[in-house]
Design a protein around this ligand. Structure first.
Ligand SMILES: C=CC1=C(C)c2cc3[nH]c(cc4nc(cc5[nH]c(cc1n2)c(C)c5CCC(=O)O)C(CCC(=O)O)=C4C)c(C)c3C=C
Ligand SMILES: [Fe+2]
Ligand SMILES: [Fe+2]
Length: 387
């Protein structure tokens, strides 16, 4: 086999407080994060929302040390994976490709080309698939592949989602067990899975398999844990006023407390690294909610980070992908059959000069309407819940 590479995909996070606004701008510029019917509206809206959100977001990053630990942890995972692969006789270069901050996916791909990688495994650091996470990165990769003939010569294989991988399930169960056993009375614990949410319309209208994969994943973790304890699944980190997957974490914690639950073990289920939504949202915000509602023991299970059983699981996934027939980016999107990646590209097809003129006029009117809405606080986007 020629030179082997593994591309680890993740979302990325601001390294310091000054990075927060441009990071948020990149995130909200992605049509898989805010799904709008018009391409031209994406950037003005991304600018507006990122500017409005920066201060709150910066305050949260300040509480966890002034930046996201995601880059450092992902790089450590990469080094551990390289060492684990070497142990089983597989020499591979590891690349980190973040979607919205450094090191960007584009930078990783440029390095992969420069290093003359011949066989590449694409491994998202999201156990479950969502249009908004792995889906967005696959879409970017598809575009980079289309644009670069050198990339088209690389034999590559994509791992779509991997929440059923036994080593991953074992590592999760082990971490939960450790947390349970530190409670004064482990048999009275309630296990609370908190997954990152997505808007409900992603699942119900666009066909995102995320909710189904999260539900199956929590079921498999409970099976692997093999303890007769009650459990709940809820969704956190809602952004904006539209409806997201329910129940919401905050409400579900309060409901359990009112039902008399006193010992809660919170499991962050859609992340494999510590980041703002574990360190700030769960450890600070939800802990406060829980304690105010009467929970006496609130314990959070740590993220997998470089847990050796987890790193071995990533190595097993890589080795399996190298041995099995390759899976292409377009196959992954077909496998997630009904998924509608946001079809903004469609608007480009069949463009004529007169259509361009009308596009420009409508864009200008829309932009003026947006500015009026921003200044007055009233308008269509407020009415449909986007602002
Ligand atoms: C499985 C994981 C994730 C899903 C699904 C997801 C969807 C999603 N996220 C937002 C909005 C934001 N996400 C932000 C940060 C962030 N999100 C994830 C993971 C998932 N997002 C990660 C790993 C991070 C990085 C955290 C870090 O440590 O820096 C943020 C910025 C943080 C903040 O301001 O709260 C936003 C905003 C949407 C809208 C969405 C689905 C549509
Ligand atoms: Fe997010
Ligand atoms: Fe948040």
């Amino acid at each position: 086999m020629g030179r082997v590479g593994v591309l680890l995909l993740n979302l990325g996070g601001p390294d310091k407080l000054e990075d927060v606004q441009p990071f948020l701008f990149n995130l909200f510029s992605d049509p898989e994060i805010i799904r709008l019917p018009f391409r031209w509206l994406q950037k003005p809206l991304a600018w507006f929302i990122s500017t409005r959100r920066t201060q709150t977001s910066q305050e949260n990053y300040r509480k966890i040390g002034g930046g996201s630990p995601l880059r450092q942890i992902t790089e450590a995972q990469g080094e551990a994976l390289k060492a684990q692969l070497a142990e089983v006789g597989e020499q591979a270069n590891i690349y980190v490709g973040m979607r919205y901050w450094h090191p960007y996916t584009e930078e990783a791909i440029a390095q992969i080309v420069a290093d003359k990688i011949e066989k590449l495994v694409v491994l998202p650091l999201y156990p479950q698939f969502s249009i908004s996470t792995s889906g967005s990165s696959y879409r970017l990769l598809e575009q980079l592949w289309r644009e670069n003939p050198k990339l088209q010569q690389i034999e590559y294989s994509v791992i779509a989602s991997w929440y059923k991988q036994p080593g991953y399930l074992q590592a999760m169960a082990e971490l939960i067990r450790q947390e349970l056993d530190q409670l004064p009375n482990p048999d009275e614990a309630h296990i609370f899975f908190s997954a990152h949410g997505v808007p409900k319309s992603y699942v119900e209208e666009a066909g995102d398999p995320y909710q189904q994969e999260i539900e199956e994943c929590t079921h498999l973790i409970m099976q692997t844990l093999n303890r007769p304890l009650p459990h709940t699944l809820a969704y956190q980190s809602r952004v904006g006023p539209v409806e997201w997957l329910q129940p919401y974490t905050e409400q579900a914690i309060q409901d359990l407390a009112h039902q008399g639950v006193k010992n809660l073990v919170v499991v962050p289920v859609s992340f494999v690294s510590e980041h703002i939504e574990t360190l700030e949202e769960i450890d600070i915000e939800y802990r406060e909610v829980a304690e105010e509602a009467g929970i006496e023991n609130f314990r959070r299970v740590p993220a997998l980070n470089v847990h050796p059983v987890f790193i071995k699981a990533l190595a097993d996934l890589t080795v399996d992908a190298l041995k099995s027939p390759s899976i292409s980016l377009s196959q992954v999107n077909q496998m997630k059959k009904k998924v509608k990646m946001y079809p903004q590209e469609r608007w480009e097809w069949g463009i004529t000069t007169s259509a361009e003129v009308w596009n420009g006029r409508v864009a200008m009117l829309g932009f003026i309407a947006l500015m009026i809405e921003i200044l007055t606080g009233h308008g269509l986007l407020h009415a449909v819940g986007l602002l």
